[in-house]
Design a protein around this ligand. Structure first.
Ligand SMILES: [Mg+2]
Length: 251
């Protein structure tokens, strides 16, 4: 019966569910430059307007001065479909009809955000492949639950050489499935892999991931620091805080 350990806590576990961005790969390398390009593309389509650029960055929860996302903001946790609604709302406030605002958001903002990641955008957080391969050889199943879409998620996993290693991937645009942060995401994954939720571990870099996991009733919540949310905010909902998934090991 597999047993896993993070810091000084060990639990019986048959399944580990990982978030992707901020957990397996660096959040800021991927989403900081990308959201700046997506905002630029949107504003360029309207003629440059610095005040609109500023309003979009603020509304999306991004600080271009520090190149950091705002903890627990839209960019930190929401799927791209919700980010497009945020963009359309700001465009509507710039004297544009709602239909035209939604059209511009889906035409100029969405495609930049959902483009397949380039290898330079994928910066693994530590020895991710080693960590996951070690969990798998101890008899634990591994799943990914992400708010990103399936095509870019599969591209990132190919880049990390994890395509053959991961048992199940659940993405924001998978039809007919629950989406994060609905706790039924974890019930769905554990049922698909025939594992009890009380023998499931969740690893993520956001309050939203870890609160979802607590509500679902998992055996252990592991927070990864340095991602989209601040460490101080993760503390209350993480059983253990690690700087990389390499710290979660067979006991
Ligand atoms: Mg994340």
């Amino acid at each position: 019966m597999p047993k896993l350990k993070a810091l000084n806590i060990s639990v019986n576990a048959d399944l580990v569910v990982f978030d992707k961005d901020g957990t397996l790969i660096d959040f800021h390398t991927l989403w900081g430059p990308r959201v700046e390009r997506a905002i630029d593309a949107t504003c360029a389509s309207l003629g440059w307007n610095q005040s609109l650029t500023n309003k979009l960055t603020t509304a999306l929860g991004y600080d271009p001065q520090t190149a950091q996302v705002v903890s627990q903001g839209p960019l930190a946790t929401a799927p791209i479909s919700e980010l497009e609604i945020v963009v359309a709302t700001i465009l509507f406030q710039h004297q544009m009809s709602w239909e035209h605002a939604k059209y511009l958001a889906s035409e100029h903002f969405g495609p930049v955000m959902s483009a397949l990641p380039q290898p330079t955008e994928i910066n693994p957080l530590g020895h991710v492949h080693t960590a996951i391969a070690r969990l798998k050889s101890s008899g634990v199943q591994v799943a990914i639950a992400t708010s990103d879409d399936r095509a870019p998620t599969e591209a990132a996993l190919r880049e990390l050489n994890l395509t053959q290693t991961v048992d199940l991937i659940l993405c924001a645009d998978d039809p007919g499935t629950p989406s994060k942060p609905d706790p039924s995401v974890l019930h769905y994954i554990s049922q698909q892999l025939a594992v009890g939720i009380d023998r499931t571990v969740m690893v993520g870099d956001t309050v939203s991931d870890l609160e979802m996991a607590r509500q679902a009733g998992v055996a252990l919540t592991v927070g990864i620091t340095g991602g989209a949310d601040k460490t101080a905010e993760l503390e209350s909902c993480a059983d253990a805080l690690l700087s990389s998934v390499i710290g979660l090991v067979p006991a």
